[in-house]
Structures are given as C-alpha cells and as structure tokens.
Design a protein around this ligand. Structure first.
Ligand SMILES: [Zn+2]
Length: 400
C-alpha cells in the first residue's frame, strides 16, 4: 500500500517536472540553446523509487535534486513539518538536518531549522537532543520564549527541578508575568526529593523558598507538615494540619487522614475528637468534607467523624433512595448501627474505585491528588469532588 508520504513526494516530483527542474535546468543555461536538456538522472531515480514505494530513497533523491536555497527553503520546511505531524519523525529530522547543512544559511533560517529539529527530537522522545537545541535557542533567538517553555516541560519530565527553576525565572522576565506558582511547585519537588534522602535541613530551606512567592502554593503547608512528621515533631505537624482545617481549604481531604495518623502515633486520639468538634462547631460547612474524606479513607471510631458520616448518609439525596430511613429510625439502636455500617462499608469500597480529584481546567480526573495535571500540564488545578458521584457509580454497578 502506498503511504501518504509516497503521494506527497509523488506530488512534489510532479511539481518539479512542471517547473523544469527535472529536465536538468539547475544552473546557468544558454538561453538560445535549442536542443532540449537531458532528463535529470536523480529525478528518474527518485521517480523509480517512488514507483517501488521506497519512500526513504525517493526522499534522498528529492533532497539531492532540490538544494536548499532562498526559493526552495519554505518547501523544505513545509515538507519537514508535514512529516513530523504525520509521525514520520525520522524523515522530518532528515529534512531539517539537510537545511542546517547548508553553509550560507541566514541566521534566522538556521534558528528556524534548529527549532524545527528540536521539535522533531521531542516528538521522537529524544529529550537530551531536544534539550541541547532548546538551550542553544534560549540563549538568544526569536524562539527564546518557546524554547524556555519547552525546556520547562523537559526538565519537569526529567525531574530536574533546579534547571526548571532557572528556565522559568528567565522565562518570566521575558514574558513579563509571574510564574511564581509554577516555581513554588518546583521548590516543593526539591523539598520532597531532599525529604526522601533525609536531608531535612535542605527540605526546610526549599519549602521556605516555595512559600516566598505570590501567589502562594497550598502545597507548602502540606510539605512542611510532612517534614515535621518525618522528623518526629508531632506537635508542629498537628499545628500545621489543624491550620489547614482552620483555613477550610480543599486540602482537608489530605490533612484529615494525616491528622488522624499523627494523633494515632502520639496516642492523643481524644484530643483529636476535641479539636475536630471545635472545628465543626466553628464551621459546620466542613461536616460534609469530613464525612466524605472519612468514607473514602475508611476513617472511623472517632465520635465526631462518625456523626458527620451518619449525617451525610442520611441526608445525601442519591443515598436516601437506597436507605430506608423509616426502618433505620424505627429499628433498635444495634440494628440501626448495623444497617448504617453496612452502607458505609459499601460506600468505602465503591469510593475507592472512582476518581477523587478532578482538574478544573481540563477535567482530567484521578484517584490521587496530582499537583501537576498530566493532561493540561497546569499546576495546582485539581480539586476534590465534593461528593462521591453515586449516581454514575450506581448506574455502573447496577444498584447496591
Ligand atoms: Zn488539566
């Protein structure tokens, strides 16, 4: 089967024939020459390769025949980007390298070719090679901004956060607006790397830097609390997690399970009951978030948490269809508790199979909180679902 590139090259060969190149009209010719010029040998060879569907050889002959010059350079660029778009990256690379090989290329065209080649490498997954070219273009060319943006993406993928910070800082001065949030996350990544290698001093220093920019990342508070936990400083960890609850941010979904775990280690669960009750009294709106987080994380045995969960189960409209309120309320306390426990266990199981967080920019959803959306690459755009979307779940599982 002839591929699309075969047709593409066949079209170009026909155009060449029409333009007279195929007839050997490359260089200077005597205007008054009467005999028709002989057919260009490369043209015939190229045509032959095309007929035999040997696209690579046909491309070689095209490149040999049509040298890069001011008149043809745009055709070369167009052909290169067409090949890249079709995923034929090797051919795109061949074309762009061919352009760069021209000795008297203007600086602007050289930059354009280098930028195209870098994008080819990126597409081919050759990150090192792409990186080298983008670094060169970022030093000063009309592709400086795009090159720095691409470098940030590459360093994110390679988890080279220090270099990502340098690129983002250069980029923000060029584009004239703050990338503080993105840079703060790079610092949090560095803090987490230091934490993993138990370099707590460095971890603290990186979080401090993360929290110095505006807008501030919410992640800083969680990372600081994590450092406190890892250094067995339960008191500081509790203070930081409680502050997240106080501020009523969406990170309650992450802070509450951690709070329970720290109190567990410290042996101070009664204290947790007291402080959670104070939070709830002060801000009744968080009852639902506490309930949902408790269901998803299977947190139980803390009276105030259990109260919130029960409240939630008896008042969530989609659930009341499945819980016979009258029976529940008329049953003995033991039966009532058993019925509610059964529903709660089923909900926990179901909740663990559906996504908990969703990107507010592109809708990408996941089970775990991801600071950078893998789909749109934005930072800190994920939010927890406010409730389990039981409707879709129940439709899927055919009822409880
Ligand atoms: Zn997204």
């Amino acid at each position: 089967m002839p591929t699309e590139s075969t047709f593409l090259l066949a079209g170009l060969f026909l155009l060449l024939a029409a333009a007279g190149w195929a007839l050997g009209r490359f260089g200077e010719r005597d205007e008054f020459e009467e005999a028709p010029p002989p057919l260009n040998v490369d043209y015939l060879k190229g045509l032959n390769f095309l007929l035999n569907e040997q696209t690579d050889q046909a491309l070689e002959h095209f490149l040999k025949m049509v040298r890069v010059d001011d008149k043809t350079i745009e055709t070369h660029f167009a052909l290169g980007s067409l090949f890249r778009r079709r995923g034929e990256v090797d051919r795109a690379i061949r074309i762009h390298q061919n352009i760069i090989a021209r000795p008297d290329l203007a600086a602007e065209q050289r930059d354009q070719a280098l930028f195209s080649l870098a994008k080819d490498y990126l597409r081919a997954g050759l990150l090192d090679r792409a990186e080298n070219l983008f670094v060169r273009l970022a030093q000063g060319s009309r592709y400086q901004v795009e090159a720095l943006e691409q470098l940030c993406r590459i360093f994110e993928q390679e988890r080279e956060w220090q270099r990502a910070i340098e690129s983002a800082e250069k980029l923000e001065t060029l584009i004239g607006h703050s990338l503080a949030l993105q840079i703060a996350h790079y610092y949090c990544e560095l803090a987490e790397q230091s934490l993993a290698s138990k370099d707590f001093g460095a971890a603290r220093a990186f979080v401090k830097k993360a929290q110095s920019g505006r807008p501030r990342t919410q992640r800083g508070a969680l990372t600081r609390a994590r450092i406190a936990r890892d250094t067995h400083d339960g008191k500081t960890a509790l203070r930081l997690y409680n502050r997240i609850l106080d501020e009523n941010t969406y990170l309650i979904t992450e802070a509450l399970p951690a709070l329970v775990a720290v109190h567990d280690v410290e042996g101070t669960t009664d204290q947790l009951e007291k402080s959670l009750r104070a939070h709830v009294e002060q801000n009744p709106a968080i009852r639902k978030e506490i309930a949902y987080t408790a269901i998803v994380n299977n947190i139980g045995g803390i009276p105030i948490v259990d109260e919130c969960v029960e409240d939630y189960m008896l008042n969530e409209p989609t659930l009341t269809e499945f819980i016979d309120l009258q029976t529940v309320n008329n049953a003995s306390e033991a039966d009532r508790q058993a019925a509610l426990d059964k529903v709660r266990t089923a909900l926990s199981k179901l909740a663990s199979t559906i996504p908990r967080y969703q990107c507010k920019e592109c809708g990408f959803s996941s089970q775990k909180l991801l600071w950078q959306c893998p789909s749109c690459r934005d930072w800190e755009t994920q939010r927890p679902f406010a409730t389990v979307s039981f409707d879709s779940l129940l439709q899927r599982s055919g009822g409880m």
